[in-house]
Design a protein around this ligand. Structure first.
Ligand code: GDP
Length: 436
């Protein structure tokens, strides 16, 4: 998604890598590359200029937070300003609700309705879809195929031309359904009939949300549609589709954000599960190519204060289960393990893929299991025999499989640590590297 923007942003940020003091020339250069990248992604010139101005001013005037290097300081500002440019995300309730879908023909409205039906269904809600698109031949069939795929009931009638009638009946049919999504007609252009019909449907259905579907390829023109539909029915969420197929996504995103309609989802593919919740922080972090930057930045201070870990010391002494748990806790606080590991100076050491797969649920389970072990077992897990596994699993109320999994994980970590012999692992140095 927005690959070219992402690449240029990363290149721009590389320019300040290695600088030890912030100087005007370096910031100017960074801002110039950033401008080029954003303009190429079709972001409005005025917005780009405002953003450049703030980045320049803040980079030069604000004091870097204690312990933060020049690059991190500027990076943080670039990140914050880009997040502001994207605006806040629209609200998505996981509760009973009626959602009215608006948008022009070809925007991806029907496909997105199917994607949403699946989204809410997977959240455990009972979903029903009303096909009120009586304009486009084949609309009902397309939507029923999608609904069948996700096993969601659809209400509609391909013979009926009166969309208002369908909506009225559909609302009755789905009275006991938790989430009702109404797909409406679209036309090629913003015509009065189209607006009039959606205003009427809005009155009949009294939906909780009115969402607009917009094609990312529209770029800055997205603003006009958002404005028109907003005036007609009050849009409270925008779904931008086809982000996978355009370099103009930045334009659509920022244009919509300017109308304050709030982006709720992004469509990035033709299949039914190509739908993502829009989250400006995560979105910009990924654009800058650095994982969950916000979480990392917030936790940086906290983690830096933690005890540094010296792998060699661990290896000289004994790597116990307790050490492993402590290490997992520290790493878990920093974000997804895989990402953190990818920032480590491991020098080509391969960590097996299943070593990354430690979720917080698993962490909780590990803790319960470890609480059922004796101090001797914690210090020397090798001594845990089959019968001990049984005893521990009974004590912890988990299956013996779970205990064996923990022990296997311990072995993997121990092996990985051996591989790191000679390199110094320190949280502080790791934080200094983040963003590279
Ligand atoms: P509608 O007229 O607004 O109901 O549009 P459709 O749902 O029929 O979609 C129009 C075309 O866009 C179809 O070929 C869809 O497969 C395609 N489409 C919809 N959303 C996406 C998306 O997020 N990515 C891509 N690549 N194609 C999409």
């Amino acid at each position: 998604m927005l690959d070219s923007l992402s690449t240029s942003l990363k290149d721009a940020l590389k320019k300040i890598a290695g600088k030890t003091v912030i100087d005007r020339a370096a910031v100017d250069e960074l801002v110039r590359s950033l401008q080029r990248a954003l303009l190429q992604a079709d972001v409005n010139v005025k917005l780009v200029m405002n953003l450049s101005q703030s980045i320049k001013q803040r980079s030069l005037e604000e004091e870097p937070p204690k312990g933060m290097g020049v690059r991190e300081h500027v990076l943080r500002i670039v990140y914050q300003e880009l997040v502001a440019l994207m605006g806040g995300a629209g609200k998505v309730d996981l509760a009973p609700q009626t959602i009215l879908m608006a948008g022009l023909q070809g925007s991806g409205k029907t496909t997105t309705t199917g994607k949403l039906a699946r989204y809410f269904k997977r959240k455990g809600l009972k979903v029903g879809v009303i096909c009120a698109d009586t304009f486009r031949p084949g609309a009902y069939k397309q939507l029923s195929t999608l609904c069948a795929k996700v096993d969601v009931p659809i209400f509609g009638n391909p013979e009926e031309k009166d969309a208002l009638l369908i909506v009225r009946e559909g609302m009755k049919r789905f009275e006991a359904t938790e989430v009702v999504i109404i797909d409406t007609q679209g036309r090629h252009a913003l015509e009065d009939e189209l607006i009039e019909e959606i205003v009427n449907i809005n009155e009949i259905a009294q939906p909780d949300h009115r969402w607009l579907v917009i094609d990312a390829a529209l770029g800055q023109q997205a603003a006009e549609q958002a404005k028109r539909f907003n005036e007609a029915i009050g849009i409270d969420g925008v779904l931008i589709t086809k982000m996978d197929g355009t370099a103009k996504g930045g334009g659509a995103l920022s244009a919509v954000s300017e109308t304050k309609s709030g982006i709720v989802f992004i469509g990035a593919g033709e299949t039914i599960d190509d739908l993502e919740r829009f989250d400006p922080d995560g979105f910009i972090s990924r654009l800058l190519g650095m994982g969950d930057l916000k979480a990392l930045a917030e936790r940086a201070e906290e983690v830096i204060a933690e005890e540094e870990m010296d792998v060699n010391a661990l290896l000289r002494g004994k790597f116990t289960l307790r050490d492993m748990y402590k290490q997992l806790e520290a790493v878990n606080r920093m974000g997804p393990l895989k990402q953190v590991m990818s920032m480590l100076p491991l020098g080509g050491v391969q960590i097996p893929d299943d070593a990354y797969d430690v979720t917080s649920t698993k962490m909780d389970r590990y803790k319960v299991i470890m609480d059922s072990m004796t101090p001797a077992e914690l210090d020397d897990p090798q001594m845990i025999s089959g019968s001990r596994v049984q005893r521990i699993s009974r004590g912890a109320g988990v299956s013996p499989e779970d205990v064996r999994e923990l022990l296997k994980y311990y072995k993997i970590m121990q092996r990985a640590l051996k591989g790191m012999r000679g390199s110094k692992f320190s949280m502080q140095r790791m934080m200094k590297r983040f963003g590279k």
